[in-house]
Design a protein around this ligand. Sequence first.
Ligand SMILES: [Zn+2]
Length: 808
Amino acid sequence: LKGSIQCRVAVRSALDAFGRRRLHFFHHQGTKPLPFIPFHCRALLLSLLLSLALSACGGKKTRIQAPTPAPSTTQTSTRGETPPASTAGKTPDSKRTQPPRDQRAGNLPPAARPRDQLPYPAIPPAARPGGPIFLRVALDVDQAAVAFNAPAETELWDQEKRLGSITGQAEVLIPVMGAVPEKFWVQVAAPDTEDEADSVLSDFRRKGYSGLSRWNERLQRYQIRLGPYQSRSRAEQVRSQTTPDAFIVSESMETSSTASLQSESDQWYGARFQLRPAEGRLLRFKGRSYRGWFEVFVNRKGSLTLVNVVELEDYLRGVVPNELSPYLFPQVEALKAQAIAARTYALRNRGQFGADGFDLFSTIRSQVYGGRESERPLSDEAIQLTQGLIATYQGQPIEALYSATCGGHTEDSSNVFSSREVPYLKGVPCMGEQLAEEGGEGLTIPAELTVDFSLGLVSLSGIDLFAEEIEYSRRISAAEMQSWTRRSAMLAGLSAPALSSTDVEGFFLWLSRTAGASEAEARYTPRDASLALKDFEDLDLLDLRLRPHVAWLLEKGILQAEGKRLIPVLPLRRGYVLQALGRMLQLYQQHFVRQGRITKLADGSVQIAESQNAGSYSFLPSLLLYRRDGRSLSPLSSLRLQGGEPVWFFADDQGLKLLMVENGKGPAAGALAPSATWEYRISRADLSKRINSLLPVGPVRDIEPVSYGVSGRVLKLRVASSRGETVLSGARLRTALGLRDTLFTLERSLNDDGVVERFIFRGRGWGHGVGLCQIGSVGLARQGKNFVEILKSYYSGIEIEPIAVEGK
Ligand SMILES: [Zn+2]
């Protein structure tokens, strides 16, 4: 059932008697064609993430025995290094070191078998490319200074020749940008013969100074100068150590492409420095250590770039665990799929920033690369087992896009990034998220309807809010007024009124007296109430004895005034009455909403224990689901239970009608839980700021989705602003709005003047939703799918192959 449910999100406007428009969202199966967003009510990752996290602690793991450790010839060994400081370091894997790659391939049982003996799809063996493939990964760009730490005996090279060796802290600096670049010399002598000049200079050099001798034509003398020094203070220090007659000379740098490298004992000048550590030693930058070597150079903007030149497979070891945590997701097949996606991405995007002197950024702009400290044994294993394999389409590495969670369906690339069709980046149902849910512990409950909490409470009274004939802006009939107020009163355990549809006074008085006959009068005298209500234009029309009740109802939020008017247009409208009843019921919810704890899950029913007794309740099709997160209450289209959660619920003899869990409570709480479903509120002013920072559209008045992709993601959003209408689309949409994903429904809250005050986005998914879905891949791996099957289910029509030819 849960897989096949297609929900429609029907947007109905409820116009209350004041003419205020409020929008509510109803997910309703099989409604007549109202504006709707088709989307799958499936994913609830919260519990998936938790069950994965739990299985990380001692769950079964697919492991392939690693051969005996031996030093590697093609890469620095991990032996003798500090194990990673994470929990992963506590597993036995951390003791294992890497075997040489040649041996490794021969020790992999599945890979070593001939291809034709394998069941479809064939799992290609790990392959060693023709030679090492190096990547240039930018660790820092646009800096005036780059400081790093070099292990003992790190060789310093310029482009071709060895300059020397350094150890410990070192810094590359360029002259302060924007100022006239200067260097400083200390002139120690000015002899007039070449012999004397040579002799003085070599004297200083023997003492450890660097310097030069130059002929000054005008003075007809040689000038012996020590330096150059980066700063005047350093020059001053040298001057004080030399001769009393020495003085400082400053001069502009010949070119702005010169930087200086200062180690603890030396200084060099140049445009490009290479730092090559000894075998097995690692350079450090900003508290992290990196395999391979560093290159620091003056870039074309005149600032410094620090590049880590690193072998592809070593690079992946610092990438894969950042992109998919082996601690939370110990499914090695999912990690292998991630390794191939990351390898393919790196290869495909190699040279992307060639003009800037590197291939990839070390941030989300490319892939997150954290060097040695990121590495984990299980992700290392996944990388080894897929060494040299990439995903190809028609023989070319694919654009291997991936995102954290797709929310149940991935999206066409052309809908998100450009209008260009990419044949292998087509939106597909995410079987992984679905299977992972079904296969894991616990139970997923779908809801066919979602509605705001207060109206959900109204529906518990037996009022059919979803009946086709209800139009909220229509005037309420006398029968409806009678029936709805009585039903609500009964639900809340209050006295039933006898009201007519035109009796607004009676309605107000009854609402107020639900709290006790004299509650409002005790709180407000007519005089106090008149003062409190003095800004309303129609106060004079309100009977003096009614004013305390209205003031109290406004204070409690049961009534909400519209602009400057207190009294609704008569006769009352359905929407106005239902909303007031809903807010009244919310105030009295403890009278009928019970509290308990889930003690047992079964197919179609749930056992809930209360303080005194326990009962078993079957799910009704009309069951409403909610999550409470602090003060915010979100309706849910599905809810996954593990058992043990504290819940609020409403049930009658038919079964369970409402169930609410609290976010962050119970066993389903996890650090990544919010990625399952999310809610994002932003004021119109803030949204306007965001959109204008990308596109100057002027003050935003309203936004509205205008088209949807195959997965239900919003593709185009119309932005109404003071300068007209603009359409935002694709990836820019997500950035502009600051959303996790574009799989959302939109609600607006209006201020008293009917102007949009705030937008509320409720959604699922995290990321752009194109290509591989990481959570889905974990789900597939849990179902026993291998990495080839996983990759092929997200990238249509691809092959998994060894890297063909090492290009330049
Ligand atoms: Zn997915």
